[in-house]
Design a protein around this ligand. Structure first.
Ligand SMILES: [Zn+2]
Length: 419
């Protein structure tokens, strides 16, 4: 059985993958020769940490505990960290099964759950908390992730003639360059490890730029299309290095995004609509913790004036359903809040011109998945559900599938070579 490289490409939607595949020639080639899911459902919320956690666990957010990038911490909202994931992740399962597992830049995994671990380059964003008016303590989960160093990875990079160059300072460059450099660095590390003298059996890694480019430059913008081509070129670089080392049969590949993307026309600003309330924006969802029944009624009525409606609590863990209330913005709207630039107007131009976490089941939140490699059949599936990803990856890894709620897209042990 071949090993597995899971490569998450942040925010490439099902629609972009269908319409803009010409910008992604390596992905297109892998899709043509492997298993492609054209429309893969998103987790609820369709934001990044729930998306990653779903890929890693195969359970809905109500079970994993990660229902947002930011979750209720009992007294305040705070960023979710890998320590908030309440069930075993795939890297942890693989490691428990005795597999040599590496996590290179994939978010929402604990350092101890892989033999080789490198945190995501963007983890530092969650340490500084520079956006807080009053500083909020950094979650220790991200501190551990950002500080972890694996000697084996350093050796693999040196053996591959690559440098562990630092990221450019945030002040010295724009966010697109920073993401491009960070992604290239992570992919260098993953490829160095995969082609090293001691290659891990399992590698989880990710590329962020497509999400950043779409958020700030717009859905289907020139920069967004360039970011798809850039991510695809990084995939091509990995493939080429595997080929050059004669290792193209060593790994199956799983390429997918954590959620889709879609254009945002207007932003609802909760600080102007429900001033004084405890709230957290999550794409087009708003989480609110009302202090009492009267405040909840005021909040619901004020949001309703802007077309935002209550959303049932199924995506919340049972122990948070008493406190947290959820509301959905109308189509084309998202919720935004910037504490450094509060808005007096309830409706404003969006800072994020394209976004995700639009509405549970929204087609623009849907993403794609491509599986390719020696154990993958040629197959085109129109659709699959978010909970089917993890068991499918587990099947490719030869892990037990008994405690996944979703059905794998492949029979365990299925091999194109044997079929
Ligand atoms: Zn994302």
């Amino acid at each position: 059985m071949a090993g597995l490289i899971v490569l998450m490409l942040d925010g490439i939607s099902a629609d972009s993958f269908a319409r803009r595949r010409a910008h992604m020639p390596h992905l297109a080639e892998l899709a043509a020769g492997g298993l492609v899911v054209e429309r893969l459902g998103a987790e609820v919320c369709g934001t990044s940490f729930p998306g990653r956690t779903s890929i890693l666990t195969g359970v809905p957010a109500a079970v994993s505990g990660v229902y947002g990038n930011v979750i209720w911490g009992g007294t305040a909202f705070r960023h979710a960290t890998p320590d908030d994931v309440r069930v075993e992740t795939l890297p942890a399962r693989a490691k428990l099964a005795g597999k040599d597992t590496a996590v290179i830049g994939f978010g929402m995994v604990r350092p101890e759950d892989a033999r080789v671990f490198e945190g995501p380059w963007w983890a530092g964003t969650f340490l500084q908390r520079s956006r807080d008016i009053n500083p909020v303590a950094s979650p220790s989960g991200w501190l551990r992730v950002a500080q972890h160093r694996s000697e084996r990875l350093v050796q693999a990079l040196q053996g591959g003639g690559l440098e562990r160059a630092p990221l450019p300072e945030a002040e010295s460059t724009d966010r697109f360059t920073r993401a491009a450099v960070g992604d290239a660095r992570i992919m260098d590390a993953a490829a160095a490890l995969a082609t090293s003298a001691h290659p891990p059996e399992v590698i989880f890694t990710e590329v962020l730029l497509p999400d950043t480019a779409q958020h700030y430059a717009g859905y289907d913008s020139a920069l967004a299309l360039w970011s798809f081509a850039y991510a695809d070129a990084l995939v091509g670089g990995l493939l080429q290095r595997l080929r050059a080392a004669g290792l193209e049969e060593r790994y199956n590949l799983a390429l997918l995004s954590d959620h889709g993307h879609g254009p945002i026309e207007k932003a609802l600003r909760p600080e102007a609509i429900i001033p004084g309330a405890i709230f957290q924006t999550e794409g087009s969802m708003l989480h609110v913790v009302p202090r009492d029944r009267a405040e909840e009624e005021r909040v619901t009525a004020a949001l309703a004036e802007h077309g935002a409606i209550p959303y049932p609590a199924q995506h919340l863990p049972a122990d948070q359903r008493e406190q947290v209330r959820s509301y959905l913005a109308p189509d084309g709207y998202s919720f935004e809040y910037d504490p450094l630039q509060p808005s007096a107007e309830p409706v404003a131009a969006p800072r994020l011109r394209s976004s995700h976490g639009l509405r549970p089941g929204h087609p623009r939140d849907e993403r794609f998945m491509v599986l390719a490699g020696p154990d993958v059949p040629r197959l085109r599936l129109e659709r699959a559900a978010a909970v089917q990803v993890a068991p499918t990856l587990a099947a490719l890894l030869g892990l037990s599938l008994t405690d996944f709620p979703g059905e794998a897209l492949l029979e365990p042990g299925w091999s194109a070579a044997r079929a």
